[in-house]
Design a protein. Structure first.
Length: 170
């Protein structure tokens, strides 16, 4: 009899910029994560409410269309699922000032980020290939320390294609 394939973990990507959302999905898929893509916090919350047990992490922009932004999403998720790792990102200076309003355990990655930064933060959250989720996601201080030590250059390498599952939620 064949061995059961290990279940792949899923990252929920919430970004209104379609190109950046697709790039983020491709990066995380390279780390053996399936992805679900949403362009609003409301759509992401609907995905979580329908089938939250499949989501291993959320990677979301702060500025999103609709009534909720990424910070609102983070607060709602942390109230319902406190151990679910969340990484928020933004390139707007005003949004960077709002980082102090994040719930405990939510990491922040400023834009523009390098691909390696996304992978490092996902790895720090314990959701990359071969890692088990243990404890809570890294604190803001741990994430900042990790990002300060990265250097930011991904080496200009191309990513090899692998089969993956990508779902898009409007």
């Amino acid at each position: 009899m064949g061995q059961a394939q290990p279940k792949r973990r899923t990252a929920l990507i919430v970004e209104d910029d379609a190109e950046l959302r697709s790039l983020t999905a491709a990066l995380l898929e390279e780390e053996q994560l399936d992805t679900i893509e949403c362009e609003s916090a409301e759509a992401a919350l609907a995905v979580l409410l329908i089938g939250r047990q499949d989501i291993a992490m959320i990677f979301a922009d702060v500025r999103l269309p609709g009534a909720m932004d990424g910070i609102d999403l983070a607060w709602e998720v942390k109230q319902r699922w406190p151990l679910l790792p969340i990484v928020l990102t933004s390139g707007h200076p005003r949004e960077r000032e709002r980082v102090c309003q994040l719930p405990p355990g939510v990491a922040f990655l400023p834009k523009p980020w390098q691909p390696f930064n996304v992978l490092a933060v996902a790895g720090g959250a314990g959701v990359c290939a071969g890692q088990e989720l243990k404890g809570s996601p890294p604190s803001r201080e741990e994430t900042k320390s990790l990002l300060d030590n990265i250097g930011g250059d991904d080496g200009g390498g191309r990513f090899a294609e692998r089969p993956f599952t990508r779902l898009q939620v409007g």
